[in-house]
Design a protein around this ligand. Structure first.
Ligand SMILES: [Zn+2]
Length: 453
């Protein structure tokens, strides 16, 4: 198939580095109003401001369009939104499978985060931002470590790379890994350092970089820290992110540490942490009361199925939670999850749902491939309150997009999938680390995709 070979031969240097540009390709995007748009012979036009000017059939191309780069049969779609990852943990991705959460943290993670100083951040962060882009992720919400200066370096690398990122310094005033910090001063210091990072970075580059106040989880935070951190996020209009209901032993420990709370979600509710600017990772074992409370407060959940199976934490009944009205996006949770790809999360989430069925448990209605696409893009954008700006390719939105060569996922060389659901199914179940050939944020091409090729 000449066309397939030709498409593989397009190099990153041939892709437009910045807007304005126009790409002729197969177009697949969820729509904010519901449903999808699929154009087998589509055209995406990005204006000089980095916004989508046109997304539709090539035959309906506007008269004043710049010359289009023909990428057919590549697929152009919105970039993925990763709602949960730990940047300093990337070096241990793939290690420690099957350990329980609390043992894994002590054995693999805390030693690694303890070493995340400025030099480590300057070395690692540029690599990780490129790796996100290579995986097709154009927006990432990440945790750093507890060190203030290393977060500055992490933000600087994101600013230089061009990815859209929400980043937070981890806050811990109990079960911490830094013996050099005076426990009696740790709360005040962590708040002060978070506030200074907010001052410096939140909203940088016209809102491309945002801050998330980041208490690690209830096991490593006192009620004071949870309350004060939520107040800081509220006062500054920043996000608040933490973990909830990931693992049974963790839930039991939270019950022991917070005997006055009704349950795990109530610990954060009492701290003032629930609400539309909050993203909670996992929520695997939520009770009906907790689920109802998250729905009524419009709190968002980052679903991380690969991590949940890697650490044997459990399987979230995703379909049931979504049916109840919970706002859910996807998270890689590296290195609880071994892979930065949101396509991997879709695949593992799908398998996990089937495993529940095999085990005789109901996870609620199954999601189809296009539902997963929506969750990994627009769903994540909604969780960040950015669904009017990103998450789909529609006129007026900022041009955060990826270009995928589907020949990498074909089951037989040269085979094509005219049906959009079939195409998305291939991208989920046969996703390939090199299939994302280009990624752009606001019309600026990101380094990372196709670097290995
Ligand atoms: Zn996590």
């Amino acid at each position: 198939m000449g066309a397939v070979l030709a498409s593989r031969s397009v190099t990153p240097e041939q892709l437009p580095a910045r807007s304005p540009f126009a790409l002729r390709a197969r177009l697949l995007t969820p729509l904010a109003a519901g449903g999808i748009r699929h154009e087998p012979d589509g055209l995406l036009v990005v204006d000089a401001d980095g916004r989508v000017a046109f997304a539709g059939a090539a035959s309906e191309r506007p008269d004043d369009t710049v010359a289009a780069l023909d990428l057919r049969p590549w697929v152009v779609m919105p970039g993925m939104v990763d709602l949960h990852a730990h940047l300093p943990q990337v070096p241990s991705a793939g290690l420690g499978a099957g350990l329980d959460l609390l043992t894994w943290l002590q054995r693999y993670i805390f030693p690694l985060e303890r070493g995340f100083d400025v030099a480590a951040a300057e070395r690692l962060a540029p690599i990780v931002w490129r790796a996100f882009a290579a995986a097709g992720t154009t927006t990432a919400m990440v945790y750093g470590a507890v060190y203030h200066a290393s977060l500055d370096a992490t933000f600087r690398a994101a600013e230089a790379h061009g990815i859209r990122a929400v980043i937070g310094k981890v806050m811990m005033d109990r079960l911490t890994y830094d013996p050099t910090i005076d426990p009696s001063a740790i709360l005040e210091r962590s708040l002060r350092e978070s506030a200074s990072l907010i001052e410096r970075w939140d909203g940088r580059d016209d809102g491309r970089l945002r801050y998330a106040v980041t208490p690690r989880f209830a096991v490593s935070c006192t009620a004071d820290l949870l309350r004060e951190s939520a107040a800081l996020a509220s006062a500054t209009g920043t996000y608040w992110q933490t973990h909830v209901s990931e693992d049974r032993a963790e839930i039991a420990e939270v019950g022991r540490l917070f005997p006055e709370a009704l349950d795990y979600v109530d610990v954060y509710d009492r701290a003032g942490g629930l609400g539309p600017r909050t993203v909670l990772a996992h929520g695997v074992h939520l009770s009906d009361r907790e689920l109802t409370r998250l729905v009524e407060t419009r709190t968002h959940v980052a679903h991380c199925p690969a991590s949940n199976l890697f650490l044997a934490s459990g399987v979230m009944p995703l379909g049931r939670f979504v049916e109840a009205g919970l706002s859910v996006g996807l998270g890689s949770d590296v290195s609880g999850g071994p892979d930065l790809s949101i396509f991997t999360e879709m695949r593992v989430g799908f398998y996990a749902h089937n495993a529940m069925r095999v085990a005789g448990r109901s996870g609620g209605p199954a999601l189809g491939p296009l539902d997963w696409l929506r969750m990994g893009t627009l769903g994540g954008a909604e969780a960040l309150g950015l669904d009017r700006a990103i998450g789909s390719l529609e006129p007026g939105k900022e041009a955060d997009l990826i270009a995928i060569d589907p020949s990498y996922v074909a089951s037989v060389a040269g085979a094509e999938d005219p049906d959009p659901e079939d195409l998305m199914s291939r991208l989920i179940f046969r996703s390939h680390p090199d299939m994302v050939r280009g990624a752009w944020v606001r019309g600026h091409r990101l380094e990372g995709p196709a670097e290995r090729a």
